[in-house]
Every structure is written in structure tokens, then in C-alpha cells.
Design a protein around this ligand. Structure first.
Ligand code: 5GP
Length: 191
């Protein structure tokens, strides 16, 4: 997606440890027009699927998924929670995720009532690095007995193993910008 790539080149900052900072338009301040274009593009790529729910993970995925849902006929958005809250009082589906950016393992959870076997679920997230977040989210879909239509990722870091691992599992993966390499401050995209 050209608009997104240009924005990454303009405002993205490469940090130590292969972390790409996109705080000015995606992860802190959010550019809503860009996110509308992102949502539209996800809808175009998954137009062959009848999506019934979008699943994401807090916190950065929520805004992206909520805007994208408008292009999927306003389907409900569920976000997996990372902390055990007293508000989660129903039967829970849980999975474990190892965080690449924070270096910790945490549990993600959704209430079982919100993911049902009749659902055809699209998973959406901001970044794909080692694929642990996607694995945890797809595990929740499987536990619910629902169908997984695929995963929509805004920025895939193609030089980390997540994309290959997810595709090898037979999961459909649509990444709007795939970064092939970063050397110093130079960002190269996969064609
Ligand atoms: P994974 O589970 O694929 O290793 O990592 C995906 C999660 O880690 C995403 O939800 C995202 O929040 C975070 N993440 C991974 N790499 C980056 C990065 O380079 N920049 C930012 N901003 N977040 C990242």
C-alpha cells in the first residue's frame, strides 16, 4: 500500500533492537485518514470473505480494527485483554503470548460468549515481528471453534520470522507494508 509506505519512510524511526517507531501516525498519535485507507485496503483484500467479527489485541490494535470494521459492514470488534480484570467474569478463552518489544510473556483473554463457532474471524494487528501475538489470537479463534478467515497486518517486519511461520501454518496473511530490511536509518520494502 503505497500511501502507507510513503508515510513510514517520512515519519518512521528505526530504534535499537529492530524496533520501528511510528508514534506520529499509528501507535500514539493516530492519523485517522490513513487508518481509513488502511481499513478500506483490508476490506478490498478480504472481499472474497464474509467476515463476521474482527479480533485484535489491546492496545494499539483497537483503533485500527475499529476503523477497519466500518469497511466490513460494521462487524463487531473484539480486543483480547492482556490483564486479568474483575470485569471479565464470564467463561474465558485464554492463550499465552511472548512479547517481542517488552521481553515478557503474558496471558491474553476474551470472553467465550463473544467468539462463537458460527464466526468467520479476521485478525487485525499493527505489527508482525515474530508472530507470537498472531499465534495467540489464532489460538483463541481455534478454541472458540470459529473459522479464521485470515490476518491483516499494517506493518510486517519481513526480516523477522513471524510472516514465514504464519504463512507456513496455512494462515492467510495480508500485510499492507512489508519491510525487507533496515540498515541504519534506511528502510527497504519488499516488492
Ligand atoms: P510479534 O508477536 O509478531 O513478535 O510482535 C507483534 C506485536 O509486538 C505487535 O502487536 C506490536 O505491538 C509489537 N511490535 C513488534 N515489533 C514492533 C515494532 O518494530 N514497532 C512497534 N511499534 N511495535 C512492534
Amino acid at each position: 500500500m503505497e500511501l502507507l509506505k510513503q508515510r513510514i519512510l517520512k515519519d518512521g524511526k528505526v530504534k535499537e533492537g529492530n524496533i520501528l517507531k511510528v508514534d506520529s501516525f499509528l501507535n500514539h498519535q493516530m492519523d485517522i485518514r490513513l487508518l481509513e485507507a488502511v481499513g478500506e485496503e483490508f476490506a478490498r483484500r478480504f472481499s472474497d470473505q464474509k467476515i463476521t467479527k474482527i479480533l485484535t489485541i489491546e492496545a494499539s490494535g483497537i483503533g485500527i480494527a475499529a476503523i477497519a470494521a466500518q469497511y466490513f459492514d460494521y462487524v463487531p470488534v473484539i480486543f483480547a485483554k492482556k490483564t486479568c480484570s474483575k470485569n471479565l467474569d464470564g467463561v474465558l478463552l485464554t492463550s499465552e503470548v511472548r512479547s517481542f518489544t517488552k521481553g515478557i510473556t503474558y496471558q491474553i483473554q476474551v470472553e467465550k460468549q463473544f467468539l462463537v463457532p458460527e464466526d468467520n474471524v479476521l485478525i487485525i494487528d499493527d505489527f508482525l515481528a515474530k508472530g507470537q501475538a498472531l499465534l495467540g489470537l489464532s489460538d483463541l479463534v481455534e478454541q472458540a471453534g470459529a473459522a479464521l478467515a485470515g490476518c491483516g497486518i499494517v506493518i510486517e517486519k519481513g526480516f523477522q520470522e513471524g510472516g514465514k511461520m504464519i504463512r507456513e501454518k496455512g494462515i492467510r496473511l495480508e500485510s499492507l507494508a512489508v519491510i525487507e530490511s533496515v540498515s541504519g536509518c534506511r528502510i527497504l520494502f519488499r516488492e
